[in-house]
Ligand binder design. Structure first.
Ligand code: AMP
Ligand code: GLY
Length: 426
């Protein structure tokens, strides 16, 4: 098989790492990739948003399967472009990608198919949004969640504790802060509990949950500070115990599949369910139509099987015959970010200690890195994900941080408590 991965983050590096070990993969490409992926796959200088160029490349190289990492090309219709040209692709088409691309679409889908989620309302003008927010607070809400309807690179959601904050954010959306993504706003009841990330493969006929994981969205220890793309993750997520896992299957994944079928959505890819779990009851915070980053890193460290075969079967409607297993050992991945992230940060800082981290037994997934004059330098906010497994979650954490300690660059920043929540649960 010739496989093309689209994207350039830690998620894509983890997918490349797992795909590389498939005996079926004869050639692996990644567009555009990064300095770490370049050691595993041939990187091609085409951006993830250049749909036609990607399709030209896939046709020219006779790619057997294209695996799409990020949401932007999926929501822009990369699967439609590929399918129209007879090219196999792992990822939903444009209409199905609205499950991530429009919070209102996703909410309506959840309501229609009885999937548990926060109560909410979509508003298309500032005045009705203000009225709804005021109404919620005057009926005693402790807080409220305001979401720009469309894709906003992770910045379109505010969990507001006060009416003023909520009103200001909602106004910002309608004033164009997020472009057309904010011309509609979904306002939701604030849920409490513990978050988890669950990926499930779906080919329109079968839906199969992968190992659950947990992200660390805030920049600072103890979940403080602003939200980021994710500062580290581990798998499994103890909050998804057997009872919760069964409820996810029955109350979320099975209705999801029914919805996909009834709405005739072409969904051959991965659905990433962002969950809030309270008293063993899972509710959906959001759907994403792609793998999560950094959750994919620990999940891939635990995956047992032939990933190329599994993704190929998902893309071709044969998921029921795919074989998926998991290592019992937990895995942890710690993100090292550029100082200043998620705000302003500098790029181009030389990175040292990558080999030493690998020698210490970790696998280092690259995110924002580039090669310059033969040296690996920083090129993004989240730079690396240092991953390790261990007999216990405590071992996995210790092993991952052993690698983290070896790596340095000017301004390097990482959280010191990745996995701490899972430790408390044992
Ligand atoms: P989303 O992009 O919808 O997942 O929202 C981003 C983050 O906002 C989630 O990971 C949660 O931390 C938080 N969030 C979203 N919706 C809610 C909700 N209804 N209640 C509480 N927190 C939420
Ligand atoms: N880690 C959260 C996400 O990928 O959206």
């Amino acid at each position: 098989m010739k496989v093309l991965i689209v994207g350039s983050g830690g998620r894509e590096h983890a997918l490349a790492w797992a795909l590389k070990s498939s005996p079926q993969v004869e050639k692996l490409y990644c567009a555009p990739g990064n300095a770490g992926i370049a050691k595993t796959a041939e990187c091609v200088p085409i951006k993830a948003e250049e749909l036609e160029k990607l399709a030209d490349f896939a046709a020219e190289k006779k790619i057997d399967l294209t695996v799409v990492g990020p949401e932007a090309p999926l929501c822009a219709g990369i699967a439609d472009v590929f399918l129209a040209r007879g090219l196999r692709v792992f990822g939903p088409d444009k209409r199905a990608a609205m499950l991530e691309g429009s919070k209102d679409f996703a909410k309506a889908f959840m309501l229609k198919y009885g999937i548990p989620t926060a109560r909410g309302k979509a508003c298309t003008d500032a005045a009705s949004a203000r009225a709804y927010i005021r109404g919620e607070f005057s009926s005693g809400a402790r807080g409220i969640v305001v979401k720009a309807d469309g894709l906003a690179a992770g910045k379109g959601v505010l969990v507001a504790r006060s009416e003023e904050e909520a009103l200001a954010f909602s106004d910002q959306c309608f004033e164009g802060e997020f472009g057309s993504a904010g011309s509609k706003v979904v306002i939701e009841e604030m849920l409490s509990g513990e978050e988890a990330s669950l990926f499930a493969l779906c080919d329109g006929k079968t839906i199969t949950a992968l190992a659950p994981a947990q992200d660390h969205k805030r920049i600072f220890d103890n979940d403080e500070g602003p939200n980021t793309g994710g500062m580290g993750a581990y798998s499994p997520a103890p909050v998804v115990n057997d009872v919760v896992a069964r409820r996810i299957d029955e109350k979320i994944l099975e209705p999801f599949l029914r919805g996909v079928q009834q709405e005739k959505l072409r969904f051959r890819g991965v659905i990433f369910v962002g969950l809030m779990v309270e008293n063993d009851e899972p509710k959906v915070l959001e759907f994403n139509v792609r793998f999560g980053d950094p959750e994919t890193q620990p999940v891939m460290r635990r995956f047992e099987g032939d990933l190329a075969d599994v993704l190929f079967k998902t893309a071709t409607g044969d998921l029921e015959h795919a074989s998926i297993g998991w290592k019992k050992t937990p895995a942890v991945s710690v993100v090292i970010a550029s100082g200043g992230y998620p705000g302003k940060y500098e790029k181009g800082k030389p990175i040292s200690g990558l080999e030493a981290a690998e020698a210490a037994g970790t696998v280092v997934f690259h995110a924002g890195t580039a090669e310059k004059d033969g040296k690996i330098v920083t090129a993004g906010g989240r730079v690396l994900g240092v991953s390790a497994t261990g007999e216990t979650i405590a071992d996995a954490i210790a092993n991952a941080y052993r690698g983290v300690e070896k790596i340095s660059f000017d301004g390097a920043f990482f959280r010191k408590d990745i996995g701490a929540k899972a430790l408390k649960k044992r």
